[in-house]
Design a protein around this ligand. Structure first.
Ligand SMILES: [Zn+2]
Length: 431
């Protein structure tokens, strides 16, 4: 594992602003890429097996990655955890995460605590370039009390809470807003759907929240949502594109509105029909994490679609850019008793509690009526009915009395393709 010195160097490197010649910027990326490919080939059984017969010495830079196969989320999930982890890693010492991404395929992620710090440093750098300053009061508005990180240690949790105080939306919205106001935040971070609701409530009270900066991420930020959030919070809204797997992938360029790709943390490819797309075209997002050694992600198709922007960014940053990301859009579900719950408040905890997270191939949640949810579900074993029943039961329990959950067992191929697929939505109020 990384020494304390290497960790400090990694975190310090992540805090340096991107600048200088693009060729030098990419040379550093290439050297990190060679190191992670060599590491994965030597120590991670999944990659060792998948790359048999490939001339790895020829993978020198991002453009050579086409020599390696793309690993889908499904393929990664079908591999046992020990095949995905580097040999010699002690599982008990790792940070655990569960994500369902944009595609509804639950994936368990492991990271070293040191890796988590380095990846978080890239996030901090992005916030700083968006206008956050040292000494700011930052508040993260969350949809859940870390059910996906149940095995995170109490000390790590306290450390995170100290660095980033949270306000939970698992309470009546007026109380969540009151708690947020009482923190007098300079910077607020959350999902666009959560921010939009709080902003609308603040506007209804006739009093903006008064944050200097709002950072949105985890879902697509529509122009309408951006307008509501800016008005309700009384500050500019900036977007980041981040994932549980690799944390920061890209952040908004304040000068152009493009997204700066975090080229020193990831290699981000956009692929359509097996070929890289040209500027202005849309493709599947395929990422390689340059700092994840415990559970490497090399040419991993994350399940999002995005449009390639110019490189480097016209603002002077040497980074590559994305013109936009077609990722997650999630709805709030308004229940018969008037409560509104966010998708993440109920769905990930239900998957976790069902104990079926490794049996579920893919899922989608549709609210057909206030009192009727349909859980579309594919299991790896087509004869497995139990996983769907348990997932459905947990979902019903979390949604509360008076709500029915119907489980529709479907085939994996029955889900809409990336870019068209919606992980969770409500038909209530649709005309
Ligand atoms: Zn820029």
């Amino acid at each position: 594992m990384a020494s304390v010195g290497a960790l400090a160097l990694g975190a310090a490197g992540a805090m340096r602003s991107p600048r200088g010649e693009r060729a030098r910027w990419l040379a550093r990326q290439s050297s990190r890429l060679r190191a992670i490919v060599a590491h994965a080939a030597a120590r991670v059984p999944l990659y060792r097996r998948r790359w048999a017969g490939v001339d790895l010495a020829a993978v020198r830079a991002a453009a050579d990655l086409a020599r390696l196969p793309v690993i889908t989320r499904r393929e990664l999930r079908l591999a046992p955890m020990r095949e995905r982890l580097a040999r010699g890693v002690r599982e008990g010492a790792l940070v655990h995460w569960l994500t369902s991404g944009s595609s509804g395929e639950p994936l368990q992620i492991r990271r070293g605590v040191g890796e988590d710090i380095v990846l978080s440093a890239f996030m901090w750098r992005a916030w700083r370039s968006l206008g956050a300053r040292a000494g700011d009061r930052r508040v993260f508005v969350t949809t859940q009390q870390f059910p996906q990180t149940r095995r995170i240690s109490a000390a790590t949790r306290r450390f995170k809470q100290l660095l980033m105080p949270t306000v939970s939306v698992n309470q009546p919205p007026e109380r969540a807003l009151g708690e947020l106001r009482s923190r007098r935040p300079d910077v607020v971070l959350s999902y666009p759907s959560v921010l939009t609701r709080l902003a609308a409530l603040a506007l209804a009270e006739g009093r903006p929240i008064g944050a200097r900066l709002v950072v949105s991420g985890g879902e697509v930020l529509s122009p309408a949502a951006r307008g509501t959030i800016a008005a309700g919070f009384g500050g500019p809204v900036r977007d980041v594109y981040a994932t549980h797997e690799l944390l920061l992938l890209a952040w908004e360029c304040p000068a152009t509105g493009l997204l700066h790709v975090c080229d020193d943390a990831v290699v981000l490819e956009l692929i359509d029909d097996g070929r890289p797309v040209a500027e202005g075209e849309e493709g599947d997002v395929v990422v390689t994490g340059l700092h994840s050694r415990v559970m490497p992600f090399v040419r991993y198709a994350i399940g999002d679609r995005a449009v390639r922007g110019p490189a480097p960014c016209p603002c002077g940053c040497p980074c590559s850019t994305l013109a936009r990301v077609a990722g997650r859009r999630l709805d709030y579900y308004t229940l018969p008793d008037g409560r509104a719950v966010h998708h993440y408040q109920v769905v990930l905890p239900a998957i976790w509690a069902s104990g079926a997270r490794d049996q579920i191939d893919r899922y989608q949640v549709i609210q057909e009526r206030p009192d009727l949810f349909v859980l579309r579900l594919a299991t790896f074993d087509p004869d497995d009915r139990r996983s769907g029943v348990r997932f459905g039961e947990e979902l019903r329990r979390l949604l509360g009395a008076g709500v029915e959950v119907r489980v529709d067992q479907v085939a994996t191929g029955d889900f809409a393709p990336a870019g068209k697929f919606r992980l969770g939505f409500s038909r209530v109020g649709e005309s």
